[in-house]
Design a protein around this ligand. Structure first.
Ligand SMILES: Cc1ncc(COP(=O)(O)O)c(C=O)c1O
Length: 398
């Protein structure tokens, strides 16, 4: 018999979305017609100019290891981009590049907390599931902060205050937000900044959807006076430039950059060499393709929200950013005699519509009465209409 696994590994969280995805793919292989609203990646190809830059880099033999922080050209392009979009002075030496934005979540938690000593990290619930799993994997204590529909899925500052303690080492923000599409306002960020300074904790600002905004203005907490030094600003190419499989993300922080780069040395060594040239082109080249992509997402958002709100037992807010809707399905769950959104999700899948349920984005908070689904609109308008017609039929059933 093989030796036992560590408790850490046995308890490691995951993105359950990938399990649903495997289920959907299996059904499709079996010939079942499934419209999927599961995937959180743009259904557009990477813009031609970016592909061409990577091909050039390969031809030019850019295939060696690079500095763990990334090549200077890429760090300079990121520093310029973050400086102009966040109104702060980011220097190339503040920047670290890695294979996606995701690895930085674990590196940041590792930089801010020690294992097993009660260091706490506050994170949004519902939220990107990797926050909680990385906090636990690094031996810190996860403190979930419930986001409520009444507050348009931004923060309830009183709830946040009640979760801050002398052990708080970091707060994770995600705006625009996965899974709800909610955004944090400048006013909320200013209040959060006061708390971060008063209680002296780090902020991990997950801003991978910063360029996918439809209403209002994206605001970064890093742009508030005195906040950049304690904020790890994270962004990447996956969502903005339709490049999830290229694996290209980055962070900036003037204090932590060399330490995060050491984590990269210990794990990935460096980001893909040729992809680093692609990001230079993505950030410095023409922006027409990403702009057109956002315009199309907006069109889809408007249709999907309208169609959902036409259904019995569904109430969907208009999300300000990202490419997800997070409808409240209390009425539908009740009407169909179900106990959870997960049950509804399973019923919808049988009817050929793949969505995710609230439980994929965090444990239910005590006293939580509501039920939600998450639909990504990274799929064609035709699929949106067809999938939602099927959903309407299920919800209309007695
Ligand atoms: C909130 C959030 N952060 C980070 C990531 C990871 O992005 P990347 O592909 O850059 O690793 C995702 C991807 O879905 C996300 O939704």
């Amino acid at each position: 018999m093989a030796p036992d696994l560590s408790r850490r590994t046995k308890g490691l969280g995951t993105e359950n979305a990938f399990e649903v995805l495997a289920e959907v793919n299996k059904l499709k292989r079996e010939g079942k017609d499934v419209v999927s609203f599961c995937i959180g990646q743009p259904d557009f190809g990477t813009p031609e100019n970016i592909r061409a830059a990577a091909i050039e880099a390969i031809k030019a033999g850019k295939s060696g290891y690079t500095d763990s922080a990334g090549i200077l050209e890429a760090r300079t392009a990121v520093a310029d981009y973050l400086s102009r979009t966040r109104s702060i002075d980011v220097k190339p030496e503040d920047v670290v590049i890695a294979n996606g934005a995701k690895p930085f979540i674990g590196y940041a938690v590792a930089c801010a907390t020690d294992p097993g000593v009660g260091d706490e990290v506050i994170y949004p619930n519902p939220g990107y599931p990797i926050y909680q799993s990385q906090i636990v994997a690094k031996g810190a204590v996860p403190i979930s902060l419930p986001l409520s529909e009444e507050k348009k899925f931004s923060f309830d500052l009183d709830q946040l205050r009640s979760r801050i303690s002398s052990h708080t080492r970091m707060l994770i923000l995600n705006t625009p937000h996965n899974p709800t599409g909610g955004m944090l306002s400048r006013g909320d960020l200013e209040e959060i900044a006061i708390l971060a300074k008063k209680h002296n904790f780090w902020i991990y600002a997950d801003e991978v959807y910063s360029q996918i905004v439809y209403d209002g203005k994206f605001e970064s907490i890093a742009s508030i006076e005195g906040m950049y030094e304690r904020t790890i600003v994270s962004d990447g190419a996956s969502k903005t430039y339709a490049m999830p499989g290229w694996r290209m993300g980055y962070v900036a922080n003037p204090v932590l950059a060399p330490h995060i780069a050491r984590w990269v040395t210990n794990t990935e060594s460096c980001a893909n060499h040729m992809t680093q040239y692609a990001i230079v082109q993505a950030l410095n080249g023409p922006q027409d393709a990403p702009r057109a992509m956002v315009a199309e997402f907006k069109r889809r958002r408007d249709v999907i929200v309208k169609r959902l709100n036409e259904m019995d037992g569904v109430n969907c807010q208009m999300p300000a950013g990202a490419f997800y809707v997070y409808p409240n399905v209390n009425g539908a769950v009740k009407k169909l005699g179900m106990k959870s959104a997960e049950e509804l999700r399973a019923r919808l899948l049988k009817a050929g519509v793949a969505v995710l349920a609230d439980q994929h984005f965090g444990r239910r908070e005590p006293g939580e009465q509501n039920h939600y689904l998450r639909l990504s609109y990274c799929t064609s308008m035709e699929n949106i209409e067809a999938g939602l017609a099927r959903m309407k039929e299920v919800l209309g059933a007695k």
